[in-house]
Design a protein around this ligand. Structure first.
Ligand SMILES: [Zn+2]
Length: 257
């Protein structure tokens, strides 16, 4: 009896001990294996999905008829769906944008009389000046632009072109326009009467009507013009917002008034 009991006791120790060890190791395997597939994939996906989204109202490149310098982009099949939001504001002509401007930020884009002034971005026509009332004897700041059109873009930035020789029929305040749509033609009205013809181009934040000292240009547009001229899509939104904050409260014209 004592010998059989001893053998039975030994068997019980082996079975219970082995079963306990197996259970532990099985639990250990689960602990190690289970979290791995749950943890890694969801962490890597969100940054990818957030980057390409912010292009809601965009157009394919082929739908902007004026942009003559984008053929480089279309030559690559993988770029066929490239979206375009910004276009260079002078179309159909050679145009040279000045890299600086007297007295305040702007660019004089030299081009022949009659070249197209086009909307740089989708937006809404803001202000239109159809009569040239500039006089060299008074040289009033409000009159220097001659014929002009401003557009508040869908990006919230205002774009202004002046010294126009003509304004496109149908271009009036409140009218919706698309990037690349003709707003008028370049010329030398206003204070450009005695200079080579050019489009004075200004970027600013929207204001109330007739705030010409902001509308004429409040942010240096050169880096954006240079980008758009080469098919780039550099946006002035952040710089305009920062410049607006730095400008502070509106107290009227501060220089070259
Ligand atoms: Zn100018």
């Amino acid at each position: 009896m004592t010998r059989r009991a001893w053998v039975a006791f030994l068997l019980a120790v082996v079975i219970v001990g082995g079963g306990g060890w197996f259970g532990l190791s099985a639990a250990g395997v689960f602990d190690r294996v289970q979290p791995a597939p749950v943890a890694s994939p969801p962490r890597s996906t969100p940054p990818q999905s957030t980057t390409p989204v912010p292009q809601p109202s965009v157009r394919t490149q082929s739908s902007t008829p004026v942009q003559s310098r984008t053929s480089v982009v279309t030559s690559s099949p993988s770029q066929a769906v490239v979206v375009r939001r910004y276009v260079f504001p002078v179309g159909g002509c050679r145009a040279d944008a000045s890299q600086s401007h007297h007295d305040y930020p702007a660019s004089d884009i030299f081009a022949h009389v009659g070249c197209l002034f086009v909307a740089p971005v989708d937006g809404r026509v803001d202000e239109v000046t159809r009569v040239d009332s500039w006089d060299s004897k008074t040289n009033r700041g409000a009159d220097r632009g001659g014929l002009s059109v401003s557009v508040v873009g869908a990006d919230g930035v205002r774009y202004y072109g002046s010294h126009l020789s003509a304004i496109q029929p149908g271009i009036s305040p409140g009218v919706q326009v698309r990037a690349g749509q003709s707003l008028g033609r370049t010329g030398k009205t206003g204070s450009a009467q005695g200079t080579p013809p050019h489009l004075h181009f200004g970027i600013s934040w929207p204001t109330g009507p007739n705030t010409w000292w902001i509308r004429r240009g409040a942010v240096a547009p050169q880096q954006f013009l240079n980008s758009w001229h080469h098919g780039g899509q550099l946006s002035p939104v952040a710089l305009v917002a920062a410049s607006h904050r730095a400008y502070g409260a509106e107290h009227g014209c501060r220089s070259y008034c």
